[in-house]
Every structure is written in structure tokens, then in C-alpha cells.
Design a binder for this molecule. Structure first.
Ligand SMILES: Cc1ncc(C[n+]2csc(CCOP(=O)(O)OP(=O)(O)O)c2C)c(N)n1
Ligand SMILES: [Mg+2]
Length: 347
């Protein structure tokens, strides 16, 4: 039950053993590039005044989000947060719908009812976050309890930040999950800041994953800029949960590379910290790995980057055509109907 610090991923052979073929590896790269591209373009939309409210990005967290989502099974469920755009992308939410969501249009997953990151497509096994943190952890644990009661072979993945880890609902969720040994995996996006609060004012243990032992399950610390290490650890934890081995807490270490949201210039983060972590930019790091270990050619890379550029250009144009919601339909879809619940994830 002791916490473990995960090794970085080395060779292509090791990765193949973890269940990924070369096509999967290039797909992961593509998903990371799409994720960053969506958020960069979203930032531009914000500056153009096209996004109501504030705007959040997960720059620096692309490997963590894509790595975990790649390890999830098709029927598993997850509760991604404001740094986890890569989860939506990997589960298959089309980028044009994300842009529509950003702009409050009717084709976004919330049909213009909620702010840009409070979204999810339940048909893809994702549950939309509420703002109160970490309120989605008890929800993820509730899903895991339902899977247990219904004897379904599914796993729930719950995300939370290291700042949110200080609140009571994180404790309640983990304690209950430990007591019942539920099929749930907790992903702590430890990006070292909770708005302007640094980690030494958030917790007094060395690693947040240390807490797992006290709840009666395993804890792992992983470098959240290493997409393959994140994938490997998430896959292990998810399959362990699926086969009755109980929960795991994975602490994924990154740095939040931008402000809390776009209105925040993060003046309180030491410049050297950004400079240090910029050296392990997750996309750049993975690109180098693909060149060295999977022989990604320049042509392949150009094709991926060109394809993503075209995809996002088309997505933006399509989202701009999506109408604003009809105010008369404001309460439609707020309460679930039996038809809404008729998805593979609600059966
Ligand atoms: C209960 C609660 N208090 C305050 C907030 C406002 N808030 C939103 S994000 C955030 C910072 C959370 O930090 P962390 O959990 O580390 O996640 P990060 O934003 O760094 O990914 C705060 C204070 C909130 N959403 N919920
Ligand atoms: Mg944080």
C-alpha cells in the first residue's frame, strides 16, 4: 500500500507491453496537439470578445489529461475538470462543439446554458463539472458504487486539483471508496498552485498520494508531463479497479503554465519556475520521444499538424454559425427525461 513514484517510460517495447501500438502513439500526439490548439484558439476568441465570462486553459496538463483518458475503457465514466480539455478531446467530443460551448452557442454540450468549462457529453461517459471543488469526487464515487451494485464491469475516474484536496468532500469520497473498495481512480492534477496559493500553504505531507495509504488503497506519483507514464499508471489503476482491486490515487505533477484564468497574469508564480517547467513541455517532450523511439517522420508530423490546423479552422467556422440559444428553451434539458437516460452509460 506504500506510495510509489512512477518511472518514466523508456522504449517502444515497454509501451507496446502497456497496450499501445504505433497508430495509438501518433493518435495520442494528435489529441494533445488538438487540445492545445483548442485552448489557444479559445484564448483568441476571448480576446475578440466572443466568449462570455472568463476563460480557462490547461496548458501544461495536456499529457496528464490525454494519458488518463486514453487508458479509460469505452464504458467507463469520468468527471474531468477545468484543466482537462484533453479528456473531452480523447473521448471524442468534436472540437466545433467545444468552440460552440466557449461562445455560449446552442450546439455546445450545455447548449449555451453554462460557462465554457462546465461541460461534458454524457453519451461519451463524461459528467459535466459543477464549479464547487472537489464536488465531483463524491459523484465519481457514487458512479463506482452504482457499478458495484449493478455488477457492471466499469470504472469511474474522478479528477481534482491539489488545492481542492484540502476540502472535506475529497476526504469523504476517498474514505468511502476505500471502505467499500470501489472501482474508482482518483486523479489529482497537482499543478502546484490553487489560484495564487502555493503548495506549502495547501498541504503538509510530502506527496498528496501519501494520503491514499490512510484510506486503505494505493497511491502513485507520476510526472504529469510524461504522457506515456501517465497512461501506464492510469491503465494499471483502472484495470486493477475493474478486477476488484479497489481504488488508486494517482498524483500527476505538472505546473499550471498560465494564470488561473485569462484575467490572471500569474505574477505570483516565480519566473524561474515557469522557465524550469517549460523545459518539460508535455507536447515537445512527447514529440522528441516519438522521434527517438517510434521513428515519427517529418512527413507524419506535418500531416498531423496540418490535419489539426484544418480541423480546428473548420471547427471554428462551424461553431460561429451555431445560433445563440433560444431563451424560451432555457429550462429544457435541465431535468433529465427517461430518453436522456437511455445511453449506454445510464443503463
Ligand atoms: C468550494 C470552492 N471554493 C472556491 C472555488 C473557486 N475556485 C475555482 S478553481 C480554484 C482553484 C483550485 O485549485 P486546484 O484545486 O489546485 O485546481 P487548479 O485550478 O489549480 O487546477 C478556486 C479557488 C471553487 N470553485 N469551489
Ligand atoms: Mg492546482
Amino acid at each position: 500500500m506504500a506510495i510509489r513514484e512512477a518511472e518514466p517510460v523508456g522504449s517502444l517495447r515497454e509501451v507496446k507491453e502497456a497496450g499501445l501500438d504505433r497508430e495509438d502513439l501518433l493518435g495520442i500526439y494528435r489529441n494533445m496537439v488538438i487540445t492545445r490548439g483548442i485552448e489557444e484558439r479559445g484564448h483568441i476568441l476571448y480576446k475578440q470578445g466572443k466568449i462570455p465570462g472568463s476563460f480557462y486553459t490547461g496548458r501544461g496538463n495536456e499529457a496528464s489529461a490525454v494519458g488518463v483518458a486514453t487508458a479509460m475503457g469505452a464504458n467507463d465514466v469520468g468527471t474531468p475538470l477545468h484543466r482537462d480539455m484533453g479528456v473531452h478531446v480523447t473521448r471524442g467530443v468534436e472540437p466545433w462543439r467545444i468552440f460552440a460551448q466557449y461562445m455560449g452557442r446552442s450546439d455546445g454540450p450545455t447548449h449555451g446554458r453554462d460557462g465554457n468549462v462546465h461541460m461534458a457529453d454524457s453519451n461519451l461517459g463524461l459528467l459535466a463539472m459543477v464549479s464547487h471543488l472537489p464536488a465531483m469526487l463524491p459523484v465519481a464515487v457514487g458512479c463506482a458504487l452504482a457499478f458495484r451494485i449493478r455488477e457492471e464491469n466499469r470504472v469511474a475516474v474522478g479528477w481534482y486539483g491539489e488545492g481542492a484536496s484540502a476540502r472535506g468532500d475529497a476526504h469523504e469520497a476517498m474514505n468511502f471508496a476505500g471502505v467499500r473498495q470501489l472501482p474508482v481512480v482518483f486523479i489529482c492534477d497537482n499543478n502546484q498552485w490553487a489560484y495564487s496559493t502555493p503548495t506549502h500553504l495547501e498541504y503538509a505531507c510530502e506527496h498528496l498520494a501519501d494520503r491514499a495509504q490512510a484510506y486503505g488503497f494505493d497511491g502513485v506519483v507520476v510526472d504529469g508531463t510524461d504522457v506515456l507514464a501517465v497512461y501506464r499508471e492510469a491503465k494499471r489503476a483502472i484495470e486493477k479497479a475493474r478486477t476488484g482491486g479497489g481504488p488508486t490515487l494517482i498524483e500527476s505533477l505538472t505546473l499550471r503554465m498560465e494564470g488561473h484564468a485569462v484575467h490572471d497574469d500569474a505574477f505570483y508564480v516565480p519566473k524561474e519556475m515557469f522557465e524550469e517547467w517549460a523545459k518539460s513541455d508535455p507536447i515537445e517532450r512527447y514529440r522528441s520521444w516519438l522521434n527517438a523511439h517510434a521513428d515519427m517522420t517529418q512527413d507524419e508530423e506535418d500531416e498531423i499538424l496540418g490535419g489539426v490546423k484544418r480541423l480546428l479552422n473548420e471547427a471554428l467556422a462551424r461553431a460561429e454559425e451555431s445560433p445563440l440559444p433560444d431563451a424560451g428553451k432555457l429550462t429544457d434539458g435541465v431535468f433529465a427525461t427517461p430518453e436522456d437516460l437511455d445511453t449506454p452509460h445510464h443503463k
